[in-house]
Every structure is written in structure tokens, then in C-alpha cells.
Design a protein around this ligand. Structure first.
Ligand code: F6R
Length: 609
């Protein structure tokens, strides 16, 4: 969702802010703006639409100021417009604020501030922060204490960066439940809501904790608590390749990230098997404690939820522990049965999804042990869980999740094996065999990626459809849900997924001549049942696309298009079967002229409820 950048240093801020905002485009946004301090005043320029539009406008001004803040906004309060874009300013225009998150009590604050004579220029919740800082600054004449005072009035989530015309070169930032990272580079000090915005300039960064305040100047960054006491927070070194933010020769980030998946599998598994036993030290639970676990909830949203559906099959199948998978937005508002021997596994690529975080907090209050599975080091999910497994996908830029999903599936597979090992349900020799086969999926995915001709052909055949049905059973059902989500989010083609056994109970009514049915029909214990569903679909005129196991020639009798994938054990079929569906969705989106990396209305991190 929204993105924050800020810079103060030796160079002109304009270009640095635009570059940072461009790096944040992947998060999804509808407008962008900057405030640049110059000659004792603030120049604020906002535009609806893309950062490139803002850059175009800025080129006419050519501001030379060396301190500024910028923002990409994803509308929550107030429609996307220039007036609602950040930065928002005080009545006098001498204070500018950018904000991520939601200020829940903004309506009361707004009324109160209007009562004291403040004039509002936007419909946003954020603007109250600018006016609150203005009032506090009038009392104290100190930006840092004014920001702390203003923040103390806010209920909700916020990452705030503030500049003031009367304190040249100073940016004050603080946060609650919304990420802020601060870094020092050779040419100045940087702030952003996501490390990627400043990765070229600053690799040693501080991930601000809730309530902490940072004061950036060209000379450096100082950290404080809310009372103004100096702090010395830990520094994190970022060692990603800079090219994580580049397409590396691929036409879009999504394709690049799909092709990174063999590496993700290998990295996620590296170092996990030692002397024949699985080890996930970060979970910080002894085998005895793991053995006590008698119920597992996997909580997540969207694609991460689908990874959870896959894990359910493995946790119940191998460890024989009852496992429920629930979307976090439901889990947090019901009254789940949680005891001290319940394990809650929170899965989140971004590590900042609001519903997942709320569910984690709720589960911990109720006494559950919480494991996070996330891609982002130091993210709220990582910090607020008792233990964490990192998915090693590296930064994912395309909004639609692909390599993170695979990293989640592999991590959850390891967790299922670990639970089975602790419970004595899988012997060391079985663990070793499974681990080897799991590792082999990296090469199998490489083979799938090496030849996408059948995927392209099937995609061309389906691209003009208005709707599609994905079906599968067992692992194939879970994979179908993800396949349908991928297709609808990037191609805007309506797609639904069903456990294939449900066909006769309703969805079969959809099928008529040429209707696309995409089936996960790999060799598995339910293969024959899926084939029956394909026959029923074909008999009604469906155009069947089957994801099938190499060597299965019989399937051709029941499908118009067959996409073969290497033979793997059913437990690992979700890993291999998901990849052609990712390619399929992307190929259709490209054929329909869609923006594959930044689909409309979607945000990479859903930090509000
Ligand atoms: C789909 C997608 C979303 C996310 C969902 C949860 O491609 O990316 O459905 O999976 O918003 O996000 P995280 O995993 O960051 O909690």
C-alpha cells in the first residue's frame, strides 16, 4: 500500500525522492507527491496517477533543495485525487507530513482542530497529523517534540515523516504498527517505509520499533524514545543484490520472480538437514515442546492462505495433528479454541498484513505459541511471533505473489516434517528421503520453466474467455485456488476454483461450449476421480486444460490442452503444479494487455483492515 521516502544530505532531494518512490511503485498506489524544503519554505507537489507523472511535473520546477519527503498513496479515506495525495500541510504551509497507516480517531481530531480554527484541504485522515504538529510546534518551537506530541494523540497505525520550514535539513520520523526504516549513506540520511527505496544508498539500516523517534540531518541520524531519551537501536545489514529491484532482462518482475523459484527452494532448504534430522533453530522450541502440540491453526490471507491449505494436507498427513487453515480476517473476529498446546502458524509474505498481525496478537493473548513464516526480515510478523521461518525468496516486487508463495509452501513443508519428526511419526530414514525429494523439486521446477510452449498455447486458447473454472482434488484443490486467484488478479478474467468433487453440486451449471476448465490432473491417489470430472466437463463442451504428469498419454483423451510436469510424490505436487499456473495466468494477462506487475486496485502489502 502507501510508501514513504525521505532524504536529507549533500545532494538535491528531488531526484532521490523520485527514485525512491519509483522503487516503491510495486506496492500499489494511486497518487504521489513530494515536499522539498528550499530557502526557508516548503514546496509541495502532488499528482494523481503514476510517479512518472509527478517526475514530469517536477522537471519543470527543478527544485535544488537538499531535504525532502515523498509518498505514494493508496486511497483509504477520500478518493484518489491531487488534494488527497500526500504530503499534507499545516494551515501555514510550513509543516509537511507523509503518513502510512490509518488514523482511526481522525474524525474526532478533525472536528476538534476545525473548532480551533484549522482549515482542512483534503478528505484524508492524515491531514489531522499536520495540524496537530502545527499546534504543538507553536507551543514548543521544536519539531521533534511536536511530532511526538502529535503522535500521542493518534489512535491507529502510523508511520510518519515530517519536515518543517523552520528547521532546515531536519526530518523527524516515528511509527506505530507501520514499518519505517532509517539509513545513513555516504551522501546523507534516508528514511523509507521499505528498505528497497534506499537500497542503493544505505545498506546498514535501523528498523524503527513502535514509539521510537528518529531525527535525520545531513550529518547523521539520532534515535530517541517518546520521552526524548537517546537510544542506540540495532543496525541491520541488507545484503540483497541491488538487481533485486531490476528486471534483469525479463519483460516484467513477475516473470523474473517465477524464474527465481528454483533458487528460492534451494535457499529455503539450505542447512536444514543435519545428521539426518531436520533442524529449524529459529523456532526456538525443543522436540519435547513440539511433541506436545495437539492442534495447529494456519492463519493467513490471499495467496499465503493457499499455502496454508497445502500445508494442512502435510501436517495432518505426516504429523497426524488436526490442522485448520483460516483467513486471518475471520480468525481474528471469532472465538477459536486455543490452548497452551495450540500452535498458530501465521503466514505472510510482507510480514505486515494488518489482519494477520491482529490474529497473531489475539492468538498470543489466548496463550498459543505463534510461528511466523515471512519473507521480510524484521517485519512485524517476525517480531511479534515466538519463532520465525524466513522464506528466502528475497524481495518480491510484482504485486502478485509467486516466488514467495513457493517459499512459503517449502517452509510449511519443512514445518510439517519437523512436527512429524518430533511426534515420532516419521523415521529418520523417511525424513532423509522426503528431504531429498523436496530438494529435487528445484530441478523439476527448472525443467518446467525451460519449456513453456504448452502453457503459452493453452493461454492463447483461453485469453478471450470471460470466466474460467479451476478444479482439483486433494493437493490439486489447494493448487486450483491459487491458480484461480493468480489469473483473476493479474488478467481480470473471472476465475473460480472448486474441489473437483463439488462440480456436480453446482459449478457444472457454468459449463457450456468452449468454457475453460483448468484441472490439476497429476498422478495421485485421486487421479481417476479427477479424470471423471474432466469427462463430465468435456461432455458439456468445456475446453479442458490439464496439468498432468509426464508420460500420461491417456489424459490427452480428456483434455484439449495438456501441460506436462515432472512426476513427483503427491506431497510435493503443489510445488511443481503451481508453476505452470503462474505462467498461464501471466501469459493470459500479457495477451490481454494488462499491467502484470501492478494490477489495478491491488497493493503489495495490505496494512489496513
Ligand atoms: C496474491 C497476493 C495476496 C497476498 C495477501 C497476503 O498474489 O499476493 O493475496 O498473498 O495479500 O499478503 P501477505 O502474504 O503479505 O500477508
Amino acid at each position: 500500500m502507501c510508501g514513504i521516502v525521505g532524504y536529507t544530505g549533500a545532494d538535491e532531494a528531488q531526484g532521490i525522492l523520485i527514485e525512491g518512490l519509483t522503487r516503491l511503485e510495486y506496492r500499489g498506489y494511486d497518487s504521489a507527491g513530494v515536499a522539498i524544503e528550499q530557502d526557508g519554505a516548503l514546496d509541495v507537489i502532488c499528482r494523481k496517477g503514476k510517479v512518472s507523472g509527478l517526475a514530469h511535473t517536477l522537471a519543470h520546477f527543478d527544485f535544488t533543495g537538499t531535504c525532502g519527503i515523498g509518498h505514494t498513496r493508496w486511497a483509504t479515506h477520500g478518493r484518489p485525487s491531487e488534494a488527497n495525495a500526500h504530503p499534507h500541510t499545516s494551515c501555514a504551509g510550513d509543516i509537511a507530513v507523509v503518513h502510512n497507516g490509518i488514523i482511526e480517531n481522525f474524525a474526532e481530531l478533525r472536528e476538534e482542530l476545525i473548532g480551533r480554527g484549522h482549515v482542512f484541504k483534503s478528505d484524508t485522515d492524515t491531514e489531522v497529523a499536520a495540524h496537530l504538529v502545527e499546534e504543538a510546534y507553536a507551543d514548543t518551537g521544536d519539531l521533534q517534540s511536536a511530532v511526538v506530541h502529535a503522535a500521542s494523540r493518534l489512535i491507529g497505525a502510523y508511520g510518519l515523516a515530517v519536515v518543517c520550514a523552520h528547521e532546515p535539513g531536519v526530518i523527524v520520523v516515528t511509527r506505530k504498527d507501520s514499518p519505517i526504516v532509517v539509513g545513513r549513506g555516504a551522501r546523507g540520511s534516508y528514511v523509507a517505509s521499505d528498505i528497497i527505496a534506499m537500497i542503493d544508498a544505505a545498506r546498514d539500516v535501523v528498523v524503527l520499533a513502535d514509539g521510537q523517534v528518529a531525527r535525520l540531518t545531513p550529518e547523521g541520524v539520532a534515535f530517541f524514545d517518546e520521552a526524548g531519551n537517546p537510544l542506540d537501536p540495532p543496525v541491520t545489514h541488507v545484503d540483497w543484490d541491488v538487481d533485486v529491484a531490476e528486471k534483469g532482462g525479463y519483460p516484467d518482475f513477475m516473470l523474473k520472480e517465477i524464474h527465481e523459484q528454483p533458487r528460492v527452494i534451494r535457499d529455503t532448504l539450505a542447512g536444514r538437514l543435519s545428521a539426518g534430522a531436520l533442524e529449524i533453530d529459529e523456532l526456538d522450541l525443543s522436540p519435547e515442546e513440539l511433541d506436545l502440540i495437539d492442534r495447529v491453526y494456519v492463519i493467513a490471507c490471499g495467496t499465503s492462505y493457499h499455502a496454508g491449505l497445502i500445508a494442512k494436507n502435510l501436517i495432518e498427513g505426516w504429523a497426524r495433528i488436526p490442522c485448520e487453515v483460516e483467513v486471518a480476517s475471520e480468525f481474528r473476529y471469532r472465538n477459536p479454541i486455543i490452548t497452551p498446546t495450540t500452535l498458530v502458524v501465521a503466514v505472510s509474505q510482507s510480514g505486515e498484513t494488518a489482519d494477520t498481525l491482529a490474529a497473531i496478537r489475539d492468538a498470543r493473548v489466548r496463550g498459543a505459541k505463534v510461528f511466523g513464516i515471512t519473507n521480510v526480515v524484521g517485519s512485524p510478523v517476525a517480531r511479534e511471533s515466538d519463532g520465525v521461518i524466513y522464506t528466502k525468496a528475497n524481495k518480491e516486487i510484482a504485486v502478485a505473489s509467486t516466488k514467495s508463495f513457493l517459499g512459503q509452501v517449502v517452509s510449511l513443508t519443512l514445518l510439517a516434517m519437523l512436527l512429524a519428526q518430533a511426534k515420532g511419526k516419521l523415521k529418520t530414514s523417511q525424513i532423509r528421503l522426503l528431504f531429498r525429494e523436496l530438494a529435487d523439486t528445484a530441478e523439476q521446477v527448472e525443467r518446467i520453466l525451460a519449456d513453456d510452449a504448452a502453457v503459452e498455447e493453452a493461454a492463447l486458447a483461453c485469453k478471450d474467455a470471460t470466466s474460467a473454472l479451476f478444479i482439483g482434488r486433494g493437493m490439486g484443490a489447494a493448487v486450483s485456488y491459487e491458480g484461480a486467484l493468480k489469473l483473476k488478479e493479474i488478467s481480470y478474467l473471472h476465475a473460480e476454483a472448486y474441489a473437483a468433487g463439488e462440480m456436480k453440486h453446482g459449478p457444472i451449471a457454468l459449463i457450456d461450449e468452449g468454457f475453460p476448465v483448468i484441472a490439476i490432473a497429476t498422478k495421485s491417489p485421486v487421479y481417476d476421480k479427477v479424470v471423471s470430472n474432466l469427462q463430465e466437463s468435456k461432455a458439456r463442451g468445456a475446453m479442458v486444460v490439464a496439468i498432468a504428469t509426464e508420460g500420461d498419454e491417456d489424459i490427452r483423451a480428456h483434455a484439449d490442452h495438456v501441460i506436462y510436469i515432472p512426476k513427483v510424490r503427491d506431497a510435493f505436487s503443489a510445488i511443481t503444479a503451481s508453476v505452470p499456473l503462474q505462467l498461464f495466468a501471466r501469459a493470459i494477462a500479457v495477451a490481454r494487455g494488462c499491467d502484470v506487475d501492478q494490477p489495478r486496485n491491488l497493493a503489495k502489502s495490505v496494512t489496513v483492515e
